[in-house]
Design a protein around this ligand. Structure first.
Ligand code: PMV
Length: 307
């Protein structure tokens, strides 16, 4: 049984979303995770994940290992107490710890492939809540936005604890993603923001409110087919993220380089401190903005169409 899941980027509202403000995220199908579950002659549940250099039998992994946790949760969910003899093959083109949702994508594809192998139907809602439980292992206090956008594979307007709202752009638009190549665990930036928020909650609440307005306006511009208006909102959102200390010199260099080239706007995307930035571009400018990002130090770029 095979399954796949896309990567994702956050367009607006990262960090503020942890504090119950809305954020927008979209799938990125230029990168993806593929999972295949096959019967095996060897006893045990064998996991082969070359991208993270993992080749192991389930019982040798700690139960809170992110992949083991997903498999154990699925077995438990379907009342499987005698584990099948299987090979679980995980391949991914999503860079790890770069804000593209690699962990959530592995979990989503794994849940679906295992459920399929066990002949069990599973709804998006159930995939999503199961993966959210395991996301807590990587993130500490995740908002749930990663697993949601990847499970539904559609643009998502996300507000913690509220029913999922997917939406459709009135007109497609093009984003260039630039990877700083600096690994940046989201757990750390989220933890740092929490400490700063505890120290100066008035100031941070004001920033979160400003970002909430940006996300709300952005959704409106996207749905009403005026994506060109997102550029200025991206620039504003980036400034607030800088004030929250989650940008980095490498991210700023790429963001400013994109703006100086012909991007309509640019910001960091995701946890920050490293990982990715995104730039809104006219489709015809995408290649040249990507080239500018590479000369400014990006380790890789991805051009994606949001539709
Ligand atoms: O680093 P990423 O893309 O996984 O995104 C993290 C987004 C945060 O808002 C910073 C954290 C969260 O759980 O929503």
């Amino acid at each position: 049984m095979k399954s796949f899941a896309p990567g994702k980027i956050i367009l607006f509202g990262e960090h503020a979303v942890v504090y119950n403000r809305p954020a927008l995220a979209v799938p990125v199908d230029q990168v993806q995770v593929d999972v295949e579950v096959l019967d095996s002659d060897q006893p045990g549940v064998w996991i082969h994940a070359p991208v993270i250099d993992l080749q192991a039998e389930l019982s040798t992994l700690p139960p809170n290992h992110p992949i083991a946790a997903v498999i154990l949760t699925v077995f438990q969910r379907f009342g499987i107490s005698t584990f099948p003899n299987i090979n679980v093959k995980i391949d991914s083109t999503i860079p790890v710890a770069a804000g593209l949702g690699s962990g959530a994508a592995v979990s989503v594809a794994l849940v679906r492939a295992l459920a399929g192998f066990l002949d069990q139907a599973i709804s998006n809602h159930d995939v999503n809540s199961l993966v959210f439980e395991t996301e807590k292992l990587h993130h500490g206090t995740p908002s749930g936005i990663d697993n949601t956008v990847i499970t539904y594979n559609m643009p998502v307007y996300y507000l913690k604890g509220k029913p999922i709202e997917t939406f459709k752009p009135g007109k497609p638009f093009t984003i260039v993603i630039g990877d700083t190549g600096v690994p940046a665990p989201t757990k750390e930036s989220v933890g740092d923001v929490r400490r700063l928020w505890l120290r100066d909650s008035n100031r941070f609440e004001t920033i979160f409110n400003e970002i909430a307005q940006i996300s709300t306006m952005a959704r409106h511009f996207i749905e009403s087919g005026r994506p060109e208006l997102l550029g200025e909102l991206m620039n504003q959102n980036h400034e607030f993220l800088r004030q929250m200390t989650v940008s980095s010199p490498e991210l700023d260099v790429l963001v400013y380089a994109a703006r100086k080239a012909d991007a309509l706007g640019a910001k960091l995307s995701g946890g920050g401190r490293g990982g990715n930035m995104i730039a809104l571009v006219e489709q015809a400018e995408a290649e040249s903005v990507a080239a500018v990002l590479m000369s400014a130090g990006a380790k890789r770029t991805i051009i994606t169409e949001i539709k």
